[in-house]
Design a protein. Structure first.
Length: 256
């Protein structure tokens, strides 16, 4: 590959540098300079906060259950005392006491059941919030990566038009940049599908496999974006770099 072509490829891909590592895609953080909207908190911090709130809620619920159970037992002891003092026969006292014991046990059993259900609801809600926070943040990053690649594709198309006007052969580059656009459109649709999945999970309130489903859908988006990026690189490499007859310089001597 000639020195000029290497420079051209580096220029086109400069915006996309650092997006991909050996084990996947690394998305650059959004610009947080003056006049821009700060990015949302990172999923790790959001999840940490949700877990902290959940621990506090569970602790409070369990403490309340313990206190309620103590009150039930205290009332029970008072009732038994009254029964024994007011009963005229031992058999009557025994029967009434046995019935009251059953009532107490049933109250405590129901209390514990209600507590378990309440805690489960809290945990399920927290799981949905954590899954949603992770996915929402990923969508922001995916869209940022897609926007960067789209800008690069638009620049390549502009360069192709200029080379065409100068009489250059861009047939191969046109085919490959069309492939890059198709791959990027697939990535865009994958992001839409991911958002639909997230909304569906939130609406249903179902936590079963929520993280797994979102993770798998997110991986599909990553793969589609990487495919678009790779196709873009091939399109750039296919740009003619020889000097066009009648032009004042190399046909790809700039990106304007």
């Amino acid at each position: 590959m000639s020195k000029n072509k290497k420079i051209i490829i580096s220029s086109f891909l400069a915006l996309g540098a650092g997006m991909f590592l050996s084990q996947g895609i690394v998305f650059a953080e959004e610009n947080t300079g003056v006049g821009t909207t700060p990015p949302p908190p990172k999923p790790g911090q959001i999840i940490k906060n949700i877990r902290g709130d959940l621990r506090d809620d569970v602790k409070t619920i369990r403490a309340s259950t313990t206190n309620t159970a103590k009150d039930i037992r205290t009332d029970f002891r008072g009732d038994i005392k009254d029964i024994r003092q007011g009963s005229t026969t031992g058999s009557t006292t025994k029967n009434i006491t046995r019935d009251r014991i059953k009532e107490r046990n049933e109250e405590i059993k129901n209390l514990r059941t209600d507590t378990r259900e309440t805690i489960k609801e809290k945990r399920d809600k927290a799981k949905l919030e954590m899954a949603g926070a992770y996915a929402d943040r990923m969508i922001v990053r995916f869209n940022a990566a897609i926007d960067r690649i789209q800008k690069l594709i638009d620049r390549v198309n502009s360069r192709i038009a200029k080379i065409d006007a100068a009489g250059g052969n861009t047939a191969d580059a046109k085919t490959k940049i069309a492939t890059a656009q198709t791959e990027l459109n697939t990535a865009k649709q994958s992001v839409i599908d991911l958002k639909t999945l997230i909304d569906s999970i939130k609406a249903s309130g179902t936590t079963t496999k929520a993280f797994e489903d979102i993770r798998d859908a997110s991986q599909e988006v990553k793969d589609d974006i990487k495919a678009a990026h790779d196709a873009l690189r091939k399109a750039i490499e296919a740009l003619p770099h020889e000097k066009i007859p009648g032009s004042t310089g190399s046909s790809t001597s700039g990106t304007n």
